[in-house]
Design a protein around this ligand. Structure first.
Ligand code: FES
Length: 138
């Protein structure tokens, strides 16, 4: 039987750094991740849309995105991502909670990364909140 792979918790901030329902970009061990807070739960997914590579969130914890801060953050210039109102947000439809890509709108389940277009599923990562520290476990 194989030994379990060791994991490391990578601190990314305090719970208050993550506004409820708003996607926040964090870099962990070289990975560009989208962290979404849903009340007391935190989710982490790849921050790159598998369709055309748009980033779901542009800001890190505690940052406010302005209309002029998108130029180096997208692989192209999706118009929906040029205003603060276009931030990636959590949407609830019954038990299903998704985030939508700001470019073409594909939805992704925040827990599983699943997409209605199966080949576009996102990678997900475990997030642990322990007191005042939120960490991504890799
Ligand atoms: S780049 Fe995300 S849906 Fe097209």
């Amino acid at each position: 039987m194989a030994e379990p792979t060791p994991t490391t918790d990578h601190p990314i901030g305090a719970p208050g750094d993550f506004p409820d329902g708003v996607g926040v970009a964090v870099t962990v061990a070289g990975l560009d991740l989208l962290v979404v807070r849903d009340g007391e739960a935190f989710h982490a997914l790849s921050n790159r849309c598998p369709h055309k590579g748009a980033r779901f969130a542009l800001d890190g914890p505690g940052e406010a995105r302005g209309a002029d801060s998108t130029t180096d953050s997208m692989t192209a210039d999706p118009p929906a991502a040029t205003t603060a109102d276009a931030r990636c947000r959590l949407t609830a439809d019954g038990d299903e909670k998704t985030v939508a890509c700001p470019w073409h709108g594909l939805p992704f389940d925040v827990e599983t990364g699943a997409c209605p277009v199966p080949r576009f599923g996102l990678g997900t990562f475990e997030v642990v909140a322990d007191g005042d520290v939120v960490s991504v476990r890799l």
